[in-house]
Ligand binder design. Structure first.
Ligand SMILES: [Fe+2]
Ligand SMILES: [Fe+2]
Length: 315
């Protein structure tokens, strides 16, 4: 893998300031209570996470609760339309690394999970657990297996060579910018501190968008989802549109769980959302103690990587 030496940083001064404030221990895929259940696909869902609590149960007595709330306070204040625009421009240079998908999976293992309340295994386990669970239930959708494997690779943004972004700019639930913040967004009250909240161009239901404009045209808060979407697109993947949709919107809980922002969707989004709903169950429930033997499944995933991606990607 070639890691390109990082340039002295962009105009991220605001962020660097914030990095200091950032709690070191954190959140993740956050916000909605999830009932213990078996999914309608027949996939057995573990009932509790690695910490002995229900998945995404942030109301549970949890040492992490305050940290999670503080995380969302920072996220809601700092994720503005302009911020996302700058991040997209900066990361669209793809000048940080050249590496294969598998190299990135291994690199992500360095991001040990302080950031997810449901997870204390290395990231590669979460990726493979999701992918293997989907593979079992949807054996013919190989693109979906690979999508699961790569959906969180954008978390490399936390590593120094990818800018060492603060948690609020990498993980957590995502939401659109350029239109009103929907009430269903977790810890909505903190948007009061977001400059966009008082901007008349951005604070109406449609904001800068037209109804039915399609989510592809909507700016979404910056994080591992949008970054991996850009990387995947830039490197000419042959994965279907539904895969790109899953990658970009898998943390968009206000849409896929609360049903908000549907007025911005077009026909294609409606089709893609069905796949995202399927994917999401595996993203949540596969965070379990069942460890996957990496070497055993690696050849299968390498064959999918070779089918859908070039050998080296620009990151
Ligand atoms: Fe994710
Ligand atoms: Fe995930």
């Amino acid at each position: 893998m070639t890691i390109i030496i990082e340039k002295p940083d962009l105009d991220l001064q605001i962020m660097e300031q914030k990095v200091q404030e950032e709690p070191r221990e954190l959140v993740l895929d956050a916000g909605f209570k999830v009932q213990k259940s078996v999914t309608n696909t027949g996939f057995d869902a573990p009932e509790i996470n690695s910490f002995g609590q229900s998945f995404r149960d942030y109301e549970a007595e949890s040492e992490r609760k305050e940290t999670v709330e503080e995380f969302y306070r920072l996220q809601h204040i700092n994720q503005t339309y302009d911020f996302v625009k700058r991040m997209r421009e900066e990361y669209s240079k793809f000048d940080r690394a050249e590496m294969s998908i598998w190299e990135c999976c291994e690199l992500l293992n360095e991001v040990v999970d302080e950031s997810d309340p449901d997870l204390d295994e290395p990231q590669i386990q979460h990726l493979l657990q999701s992918a293997e669970a989907i593979r079992k239930d949807y054996p013919d959708q190989d693109w979906l297996h690979l999508t699961a494997l790569i959906h969180d690779l954008g978390k490399v943004l936390l590593l120094p060579q990818f800018g060492g972004l603060p948690q609020w700019a990498v993980v957590g639930d995502t939401f659109p910018l350029g239109c009103a913040f929907d009430e269903s967004i977790i810890h909505h009250k903190y948007f009061k501190g977001n400059p966009d909240h008082n901007n008349p161009a951005y604070n109406t239901k449609n904001g800068i968008y037209k109804e039915g404009c399609g989510l592809e045209n909507v700016m979404i808060s910056w994080g591992h989802d949008d970054y991996m979407y850009l990387v995947t697109k830039e490197n000419g993947t042959t994965l279907p549109p539904a895969a790109l949709f899953i990658i970009r919107f898998h943390s968009f809980y206000p849409l896929h769980t609360a049903g908000a922002y549907k007025h911005l969707m077009n026909k294609e989004d409606e089709e893609n959302l069905k796949w995202l709903h399927i994917f999401n169950k595996y993203d949540l429930y596969s965070k379990s103690k069942v460890l996957i033997d990496v070497e055993e499944v690696k050849p299968y995933y390498m064959s999918l990587i070779n089918k859908y991606f070039p050998t080296k990607l620009k990151w």
